[in-house]
Every structure is written in structure tokens, then in C-alpha cells.
Design a protein around this ligand. Sequence first.
Ligand code: UD1
Ligand code: M6R
Length: 365
Amino acid sequence: KKGNYDHFMQKEIHEQPHSLTTTMRGRLKDKSVILGGLKDHLKTIRHSRRVVFIGCGTSYNAALAARPFLEELSGIPVTMEIASDLLDREGPIYREDTAVFVSQSGETADTLLALDYALENGALCVGITNTVGSALARKTHCGVHINAGCEIGVASTKAYTSQIVVMTMMALAIGDDRISNQARRESIIDGLYKLPSVVGEVLKLDGQINDLAKSLIDAQSLLVFGRGYNYATALEGALKVKEVALMHSEGMLAGEMKHGPLALVDETLPIIVIATRDSCFSKQQSVIQQLRARKGRLVVMCSEGDASLVCPGGSCRVIEVPQVADCLQPVINIIPLQLLAYHLTVLRGFDVDQPRNLAKSVTTL
Ligand code: UD1
Ligand code: M6R
């Protein structure tokens, strides 16, 4: 089942050019997106007052990555809820809301309870899941199967990238009736067609990331700074590292750096800064400058060709990744961090596919 790979997580990381292809199969036609599971509900979604994304763990992070593009294309406010927190607060959900539930397994207890709660409150409930016939798929009013293929490793990898792609396609479908978006839409659709092959390119960084992992093997802690489209990348990269490599790791919003985290910076704490090209690039450049001024131990992820720009003088490690459309960049940027978590785990001698204390789906409370 693992073929030439040592672990399912490794196989699933390397399978992403293929899983993304199956996710998109039959759903892109020339310059339009067809999501069979949503087409009869698009009008209702467009007329909703708010879209609420609800999920746990990696599925929540995937929704966070897709949020800016959905806001941009739909003009509808999009809010985020971790399923357990929505339930703890009994937060308001209205009939005029579209509640989008994201779950690889479709069986996560908190997500399903939040779904019951949203159904009781009369919201339109949409599912995004990898599992046909799951409780989530059955109980939602409509939805989209991500079709990433069975995911076995406890650490979710290929489901994350397929979830982002499905939610990006969902944004394209919802925003379809706006003429003003047309050029933007077409360039993203073009980017979707090319995405699997670019993911294949990024996977060639495997050896370089293994070297990076060797340099981090004994670190006590790892921070990941991101913002905009890649705030989610920071959270998800850190989740992978803590979950499988059993290393303390936190993803942080770079815009919050001066409001606390900066106090942690010294010459020993490794910090990954995501600074690929998008509208936040110059802000991330100044974050890097400030971290360098405090002699931070930096690893910068930047777009190809930007190494000397983000790190003049070569005082930090750099991971260069291909640039794609801004809203698709999280799909590219997570891959080196998935590889890093994988290699760190192997080097530290921990169980990759069955991390300590964790289950693939959390079906009990
Ligand atoms: C569907 C078929 C697919 C076929 C294609 C051809 C299934 C599972 N999918 O794919 O095999 O090749 O038509 O046109 O038979 N749904 C939910 N909640 C969820 C997920 C899905 O209610 O969380 C519903 C959808 O609204 C839809 C159905 O399940 O009614 C299937 O969804 P999906 O597989 O995404 O639809 P298609 O891509 O059209
Ligand atoms: O099956 P789900 O997507 O609902 O699972 C949600 C989380 O339990 C899951 O993403 C968890 O965070 C993963 N182990 C992360 O790799």
C-alpha cells in the first residue's frame, strides 16, 4: 500500500500532484468551474448574509487559507469558527447564514455537533469532505467531495491542499455572476490547471528540506510567521511539526509580532518567515528586517529569485518556492513545511503515521 515509501505521510505528501488532479477532475470546463454538489444552491449562498466556516485542526486551517479569496469574490462577510469553540459559546448562527463544514473524515464529533446546532438554527449547511457516505456528507444540505483519495497518515497533508482547492473553486462558483471579477477569475482558473505540476516542482525541494530538518533536530521550539493568504500556512506548518515531530511549534500572525511574540526572539529560537510575493510582501520584508535586527535565527520562505532580496548578506536560510496566483500560494507553501515535519519526525525517531496520543478521527468528545 505504501509502494516505494517508508510511511503513509510521506506517500501522501508526494502524491499531491495526483490528488489535486483528481480533486479538480470534471470540475473545470474551459474558463468556468462546475461543482455538481453546489449548483442548485449557489443562489441561496449568494444571498446569504454571512458565510461561516466551521472545522477543527487542519480542516479549520484549510478554510482559513481560502477565506480571503471567498471574501474577495463574493463580497459576503466570511467568519471562522473552531467547532468546539462555537459549541462552547453557543455562538449565534442565523437562518440567513451559510455554514460551511470542513472535515476530511466527515466523522469528527465536534464538527458534527456544530452541524446539528447550525441545522437547528436554520442555516444552509454545506459540507466539504473527503469521505463519501460520512455523517457530514449525509447530514448537510449539499456539499462537495474533495476526492483526494483515502488519507491514512494521522497528519493530514493531501486533504489540506485538496480542501483549499475545493474552497477556491467554491469561491469561483459563488462569485460567478460578477462581471467585474472576470479577468481575476480567469487567471485563477488558469492557475488551477497548472497547480499539480507546480506542486511536483516544489516536491523536488525534499533533499534541501531534509538538510534543514537536520539543522533543527535539537531545537526546543519553532515559530512560523505568516500573514494574509499565508497566515493559515503558518498555523498549519506549526500544527504538522508539533503533531508528528513532537516539537513545540506555534504559527503566528506576523502582524501581531510586536504585540508579544517579539520578546521571544533571540539567537537560538528558529523562526520560519513566509514571505512569498503577494500584496503583503513589503510588510513581511520589514518583519524580516526587525527579526534580523534582533539576531533572530531565520528561515525565510520566498518566491524564486527573491533570496538576496529577503535576506541580503545571506545571514538566513532560504527556501525558494515557485510563485503562483496569490490565493493558490498556500497550496505551494505548505509543502516544504509538510516535508520539514516529516523529516524532523524521522530524524527524531518518532512514529510518523501514528503520533503519540492521537487518533486519525476524533469521533468522541
Ligand atoms: C457526482 C458523483 C461523481 C460523478 C459526478 C458526475 C458521487 C459521490 N459523486 O460528483 O461520482 O462522477 O457526479 O457528474 O456520487 N454532498 C453533501 N454534503 C457533502 C458532500 C457532498 O450533501 O459534504 C452532496 C452534494 O451536494 C451532491 C452529492 O453529495 O449532491 C455528491 O457530491 P459531489 O461528489 O461533490 O458531486 P459531483 O462532483 O457532482
Ligand atoms: O477529519 P477532520 O478533518 O474533521 O479532522 C480534523 C482534525 O482532527 C485533523 O485535521 C487533525 O488536526 C489532523 N490530525 C491534523 O493533521
